[in-house]
Design a protein around this ligand. Sequence first.
Ligand code: E4P
Length: 217
Amino acid sequence: MKFFADTADTAEIRDLAEAGLVDGVTTNPSLIHKSGRDFVEVTREICGIVSGPVSAEVVATEHDQMMREAEVLRKIADNIAIKVPLTIDGLKTCRKLTGDGTMVNVTLCFSANQALLAAKAGATFVSPFVGRHDDVGYPGMELIADIRLIYDNYDFATEILVASVRNPIHVHDAAKLGADVMTAPPAVIRQLVKHPLTDNGLKAFLADWEKTGQKIV
Ligand code: E4P
């Protein structure tokens, strides 16, 4: 499963990329707002840090204007994936852009039928939001299982990008279900490394090493 960092924080992206934990990046208007930076400038910087897909979201709601925004965004770098909402206008934009060879991430997916539409429109990625589903009392991972089943039934090439990931259990479940990608905030990616037995084991090894009085270098 590929790991995308769900952030516009370039310091975090750089740090996690050094550990091989960033195969791509997703941003959205809220994350750009949180960064406090210029959209095009920060997106260009991110594209220079990671070679994988970097999602940049259009903010228009009508097809022609989405295409105009996509023209600006896809010129930023070759690894840009245009993010469009799961609406009829978004799907039209998806079909046009992927037909031209541009990667498209269809976002705000909340049902298996919506994911079916994204695949039919030729999406490179579909982003089902698991955390927001959990928030309203529907198990978000059931949606991932349904989409996996449907895509496999018809050999759709669209990659399932599990979004709105809030904790390590989401990551674990997404991997078990065979999701292609998950995107998570850096803090969640960092949580994945944590295990009390690792910490305790390391502490014990270092204490015993100290007793030997030796040095490696
Ligand atoms: C990523 O593409 C999504 O925009 C993001 O994962 C949404 O996460 P949230 O529900 O925590 O805002």
